[in-house]
Design a protein around this ligand. Structure first.
Ligand code: MSP
Length: 504
């Protein structure tokens, strides 16, 4: 009847290689409230975490998110808001936590960089770094003086050549001329080893275009980097020089290891590290693909398995920004369209990795088209026929369960590559085919009961199969579908129930 049977015999190979899945999102700055851009990354991570939980079991998946709370950017935002840095951090961090809960996301842990467990790990990491030697046998950390242009928005020094009319091209602000004594990390000594590891595929950066971007950047040569700030008070003290605080990017990157017990819980740390996937936006590519692996190499920790860099999206063609005034509250969107629709839309509409545009009118279109009139309507029609048909006998219950639980290899491959939109398209091809069959069969006309039951059984089988594949994208609809098609013993009961996606 459909492609389902073809997959029964296929064995999943990709998943067997991995024994666990540790996935992270960036930890978000607490200078401002979360917006749809932050939700994008965290929703994508949630889809993957849910998917791999269904493959490996809950105890084999660790999904980490959190907030990045130190540094000059937060200090300044707090001053502007007339609050202490701690009070602002508490408030915004809570807003993130609340948002993830409202959106139905399922992180296993939420780390704040102001937590003692993180501060302890950062301190230990820095002490280890102080002892480290670079691949060229030099000390990884040294003291020096730095003069440069600091952009607080980026929390990074910019080169003169990167400015546009003296302003930071992203933040449109004038960077501050800073001349100070700092501790430096000898990043330049890691250029060759990073190039080798990336080229050989030992350290995977995806998509390939981003990998090439990093390789090109490395070819231009790396400069050593200041990793402490004498004039920023809101930070973790440098353990070997208490007059300085640790550069916020070094502090922040360490969250990926501190959250899984670095320097504090060896068993937990060995279970999860290295991360299987750091999910990030393209804005923070260099920090993750150059600075982070170099720091890890210096302290002799394994590198993350893979970094996936997604694109940026605009809102109705414009940059999402407070100044433009186009920031949409994701909580509001989720109340209007539901969590499933929001996650489905974000991952269906923009090919993951590419830039895109978000607009509420497109969200509405996809909601009505693919969800309400598409999947929702298809399920509703079968459920309506099923409710009138009474209990349906399942002749071969073992095969029935095999069919509905089969996960096609191609689908796993697509999700393993983070090709969300293609994974959904894969399911859609099947839905279209079954939808057409349903039209052609005209089951609502009077007919033979045995034939009707047989056809309905096939339809239910297909719906439960597709529902399993859609589960990590549409977790709320998944439960609703399961409640409509229930199996007890060898009997299938179907009820119409509530629509999956009420028309808006
Ligand atoms: N605190 C740092 C990250 C430290 S990770 C060790 C930071 N925080 S942030 O709050 O600015 O978050 C940036 C991330 O938010 C991006 O990398 C991306 O994941 C997400 N996005 C923010 N705006 C976005 C869009 N407009 N589009 C897509 N993703 C966006 O950088």
């Amino acid at each position: 009847m459909c492609g389902v049977h073809i997959f029964v015999a296929l064995r999943i190979q990709i998943s067997n290689k991995m024994e666990k899945f540790y996935i992270t999102t960036p930890i978000y700055y607490v200078n401002d409230r979360p917006h749809i851009g932050h939700a994008y990354t965290t929703i994508a991570a949630d889809v993957l975490a849910r998917f791999w939980r269904t493959r490996f079991g809950d105890e084999k998946v660790w999904f980490l998110t959190g907030t990045d709370e130190h540094g000059a950017k937060i200090e300044q935002a707090a001053r502007k808001a007339g609050k202490s840095s701690q009070a602002l951090a508490d408030e915004i961090s809570e807003a993130y936590r609340f948002l993830w809960k409202e959106l139905g996301l399922t992180p296993n842990d939420f780390i704040r960089t102001t937590e003692p467990r993180h501060e302890r790990a950062v301190t230990a990491f820095l002490l280890r770094l102080k002892e480290a030697k670079t691949p060229r046998g030099r000390e990884a950390i040294f003291e020096g003086e730095y003069k440069g242009l600091y952009c607080t928005g980026h929390e990074a020094f910019l080169k003169e050549s990167e400015l546009e009319k003296g302003l930071c091209p992203d933040h449109k602000t004038k960077p501050e001329l800073v001349k100070e004594k700092n501790w430096f990390f000898r990043l330049s000594d890691y250029e060759k080893v990073l190039r080798e590891k990336i080229s050989r595929g030992e350290f995977v950066i995806k998509p390939v275009s981003r990998k090439n971007e990093v390789l090109k950047f490395l070819e231009q040569g790396l400069e050593d980097i200041a990793i402490s700030r004498p004039n920023v008070k809101w930070g973790i003290p440098v353990p070997f020089d208490l007059s300085q605080t640790i550069y916020v990017w070094v502090d922040a990157l360490i969250n990926y290891v501190s959250a899984v017990g670095y320097s504090q819980n060896r068993v937990q740390f060995e279970k999860w590290w290295p991360a299987d996937l750091h999910l990030i936006g393209k804005d923070i590519l260099k920090f993750h693909c150059v600075l982070w692996p170099a720091l890890l190499l210096a302290v002799e920790l394994p590198l993350p398995q893979k970094i996936f860099v997604h694109g940026y999206f605009t809102l109705d063609g414009q940059k999402i920004s407070k100044t433009i005034g186009n920031v949409i509250d994701p909580v509001e969107l989720s109340h209007r369209y539901g969590n499933d629709a929001l996650r489905y839309f974000l991952l269906r509409e923009i090919p993951f990795g590419e830039d895109g545009d978000f607009s509420e009118s497109k969200l509405k279109q996809v909601y009505n088209g693919e969800l309400a009139n598409g999947w929702g309507n298809f399920v509703a029609r079968v459920a309506a026929l099923g409710e009138n048909a009474g209990k349906i006998k399942i002749p071969d219950i073992v095969t029935f369960h095999q069919i509905i639980n089969e996960v096609p290899e191609e689908f796993v491959r697509l999700l393993d590559n983070l090709e969300f939109s293609n994974a959904l398209e894969f399911v859609w091809q099947e839905i279209h085919q079954h939808d057409k069959e349903l039209q052609d069969e005209a089951l609502w006309k009077e007919g033979d009961k045995t034939v009707l039951h047989e056809r309905l059984l096939h339809k239910a089988e297909f719906i439960l199969w597709a529902n399993n594949l859609l589960q990590s994208f549409l977790p709320e609809a998944y439960e609703k579908v399961k409640a409509k098609f229930t199996v007890r013993g060898n009997k299938l009961s179907i009820i119409k129930g509530e629509p999956l996606f009420p028309r808006i």
